[in-house]
Design a binder for this molecule. Structure first.
Ligand code: FE2
Length: 349
């Protein structure tokens, strides 16, 4: 299992949260936090699964992506960690194998809690080696929308299988991965449902949307209408003029016309952020600044524009981002596209 699980060798109290995490959302995080505070494990370990054995037809995103997206969402929380053990295992992931593997790594007599949704608990007897699993760890049962935890059923598991089951009276967040994936596909917002960092990860890797990050004419028009709302009429008019000039220059000098149009479209997307917002975002987005830039904060709008294009409009093309970042202050060794955007910006009527 390598160095990623070194801490487990000393972990005598562990809570495990399994799931596809496709994507990770506030429902998962809220439950994990309540478990952390109520049960006081040393770690809450998120384990993104491989292909779920009981849902063979379900298409899930690539395991590596789900691992990284989950890591991005939890790594800032003390005590939270993510394990690769299921995604690195080929084939279906059986919980009994995962918990057995953890038992072997953790100290003897370690307390292991497996966090389980009410819906999954009701089906647990159909799981691989269920009877063994029920004695391998303790369970923390969590309410799920539409599923009640039946006390008689839980009592049966306790009495007949020796299971230790804690029912968590905790958050009942009505968030589902299905709903979030649907929102992505339909271009609806998901910001209230999942952490921004995980959303950005999903968008920049086009996880849930076929029209996620590509530089298509349809997405160009969509971003253009977003900017029309967000920019002043004057700034939007300047943007339209810059697109026309950039397109002409790109054709004339043999540059990539589509990239020139995208760079022109977004070159001033951060221009009208307030001075306070520019200062804050320079710090938050780790934009390198110096004294002159900080005392003339408006000139950071080109660097912030490139960050905003990447983080908020999901442009991943490095040439476009560079051209946006250089359009105000220029740079040594500018590319053809850099020069076209800077020139278009100056000459548009
Ligand atoms: Fe500008």
């Amino acid at each position: 299992m390598g160095t990623t699980h070194d801490f487990l060798e000393r972990c005598d109290k562990l809570a495990v949260m399994g799931g596809t995490f496709d994507p990770i959302h506030y429902g998962h995080l809220a439950v994990a936090e309540v478990v952390m505070h109520k049960f006081l494990p040393r770690r809450v370990l998120f384990i993104p699964g491989g292909q779920p054995p009981h849902k063979p037809d379900l298409t899930v995103s690539d395991g590596e992506h789900r691992y990284r997206m989950t890591m991005s969402a939890v790594c800032e929380t003390p005590g939270f960690d993510v394990s690769r053990m299921e995604i690195d295992r080929n084939g279906p992931s059986y919980t009994v194998e995962t918990i057995s593997a953890l038992r072997e790594i953790c100290p003897p007599n370690a307390e292991i809690f497996f966090i389980i949704g009410a819906d999954a608990l009701m089906e647990i007897l159909s799981w691989e080696s269920a009877e063994k699993l029920l004695t391998l760890c303790q369970f923390i049962a969590v309410h799920r929308p539409g599923y009640e935890i039946e006390e008689t059923y839980v009592e049966n598991l306790r009495k007949n299988y020796g299971a230790v089951i804690h029912v968590l009276e905790g958050p009942r967040l009505e968030i589902s991965g299905t709903e979030i994936r649907k929102n992505f596909a339909e271009g609806k917002p998901v910001g209230g449902l999942m952490p921004a960092v995980a959303e950005n990860y999903a968008r920049t890797h086009g996880l849930f949307s076929t029209q996620g990050t590509e530089l298509s004419p349809a997405r160009f028009e969509k971003v253009k209408s977003q900017l029309e709302l967000r920019l002043s009429p004057r700034r939007f008019k300047h943007t339209l003029g810059t697109i026309i000039e950039a397109e002409k220059l790109a054709r004339h000098y043999g540059a990539d016309v589509n990239k020139a149009k995208w760079a022109a479209l977004l070159h001033d997307c951060a221009k009208e952020f307030s001075a306070d917002k520019k200062h804050t975002l320079c710090k938050l987005w780790c934009v390198p600044t110096d004294e002159i830039m900080l005392s003339h904060i408006d000139i950071t709008h080109s660097l912030l524009g490139a960050e905003s294009a990447k983080r908020q409009y999901f442009v991943t093309d490095e040439e476009i981002l560079q051209a946006i970042s250089r359009h105000t202050m220029g740079h040594a060794g500018m590319s053809l596209l850099d020069k076209i955007i800077m020139l278009a910006y100056f000459i548009e009527p």
